[in-house]
Design a protein around this ligand. Structure first.
Ligand code: NAP
Length: 419
């Protein structure tokens, strides 16, 4: 494909799909990987991630050929639009990509580019491994108990974008349908905004499969379906039911549901089995704090996932280090949890660990586990050394403050030493 503003690297090969059914990838040793720095501090952390991940690839005998793509502010400058088609197509075609944060104006202007990108590319699972790194200060007493991976459904629920604005003809037609044709009288009189919350069998089951597969592949003990099915029976309750259906019907003895565990096995799970259970979302928010070590992999509809993954992230020390990724069928778009923090843009100040550790998830997805482990170990060692960015430095008495680029350079040097 030829591009208008994207410069394809001179060397490198494409990652391709090895197996249509499983989504398994063919990853060459010199892949071309699109990178979208993003807005605000994306311009600071994007190059930092490139430096560290390239070092991890080189240390394990490989080479990443980065290909810069654009969205948000940088795309408006080049293309006069927010999300150019060639950006979406380049990410789609290359299957594995890394992105920084994109700014979304509140209340007005364009729809979230992040949501648009995930939906256009059908990246249906937002995945966040949340684990404690030594040397990071946390607001809880035992942050090391946290080692969860949240799987948040990414394409439906109240994020599906089906919303009707107050005062429009459309919202009045929807109200009329709900009241006159469906017989509901629970909407108050006067102006109203209405949103629709679709939860489908398709969307639910592929998310839950992704979570169970991950649990099986990574020796995790449980997958918890987190829902508000007590209130929203036909959406969130159905999410739980479909989730259990996947567990019961599509996996053999390796996956067992919590009720079977008690009814048939007196609470004893077979060795290596993944137990699927469920919790109501508000209770789960408490359990994150009170029974942290009892949870492992969480699978949730979109909105629950949004809240819960941030709450879990806060327990291990906050946004500067919280990584994430979006999984589709045979594709991954890794991105940090944090936003574009515009007040720090261009100051070479913020912590690049979150995007670097997002890159680690990307490397794991590519099957480069050795490189991924080097990244984690080097970031952790760097943090333990106390030579850290402002956000971690302000929480410790013994630390030295580094800028984004210096922090990344030192992590890259550690990778060379560790390899
Ligand atoms: P934010 O950009 O995440 O920043 C909030 C605060 O988090 C910052 O002021 C800073 O706290 C801390 N922080 C964020 N990134 C950090 C980093 N790399 N290192 C250290 N600390 C970091 O959240 P926001 O201000 O609510 O959102 C700004 C824009 O980003 C919005 O337009 C929002 O829509 C967008 N956003 C995008 C994504 C995405 O692209 N996936 C995600 C979330 C938000 P202190 O000032 O206390 O140090």
């Amino acid at each position: 494909m030829s591009y208008e503003h994207i410069e394809a690297p001179e060397t490198g090969s494409k990652i391709t799909l090895a197996d249509e059914e499983t989504g398994e990838l063919n990853v060459p040793d010199d892949p071309i990987v699109p990178i979208l720095y993003g807005d605000g501090t994306g311009e600071d952390v994007g190059p930092a991630a490139e430096e560290v991940l390239s070092a991890a690839a080189e240390a394990t005998g490989r080479e990443i050929n980065w290909m810069r793509v654009y969205a948000g502010e940088t795309a408006r400058e080049k293309y006069d639009e927010n999300l150019p088609t060639e950006t979406v197509e380049a990410i789609r075609e290359h299957r594995v990509a890394l992105k920084g944060p994109l700014t979304t104006p509140v209340g007005s202007g364009f729809r979230s580019l992040n949501v648009a990108l995930r939906q256009t590319l059908d990246m249906y699972a937002n995945v966040r491994p949340t684990y404690y790194l030594d040397g990071v200060s946390s607001p809880v007493k035992a942050p090391e108990e946290m080692d969860m991976v949240t799987f948040r459904e990414n394409t439906e629920d109240v994020y599906s974008g089906i919303e009707f604005e107050e005062g429009t003809e459309e919202v009045e037609r929807v109200r009329e349908f709900i009241e006159d044709e469906m017989g509901y009288d629970s909407i108050h009189e006067g102006p109203v905004g209405i949103g629709i919350k679709p939860i489908t069998e398709f969307g639910t089951k592929r998310l839950v499969r992704e979570a169970i597969d991950y649990a099986l592949e990574n020796d995790r003990d449980s997958v918890t379906l987190v829902h508000k099915g007590n209130i929203m029976k036909f959406t969130e309750g159905q999410f739980r039911d479909w989730g259990y259906e996947v567990a019961r019907e599509e996996y053999g003895e390796n996956v067992i549901t919590e009720d079977t565990l008690w009814e048939e096995r007196d609470g004893e799970a077979p060795e290596d089995a993944v137990v699927v259970n469920d919790r109501i979302a508000d209770n789960m928010l408490q359990q994150l704090l009170t029974r942290t070590d009892q949870y492992d992999v969480l699978a949730m509809p979109n909105l629950n996932g949004d809240y819960l993954s941030d709450a879990a992230g806060a327990q291990i020390g906050g946004l500067g280090i919280a990584p994430g990724a979006n999984f589709g069928h045979g594709r991954v778009l890794a991105e940090p949890v944090h936003g574009s923090a515009p007040k720090y843009a261009g100051e070479d100040k913020v912590n690049p660990s979150a995007i670097i550790l997002s890159g680690r998830i990307m490397l794991e997805y590519m099957g480069w586990d050795d490189a991924a482990e080097l990244v984690r170990d080097a970031v952790e060692e760097q943090i333990v050394s106390g030579r850290v960015t402002y956000d971690l430095e302000r929480q410790r008495e013994d630390a030295t403050k580094l800028g984004t680029s210096q922090f990344a350079t030192e992590v890259a040097e550690r990778i060379e030493e560790l390899a």
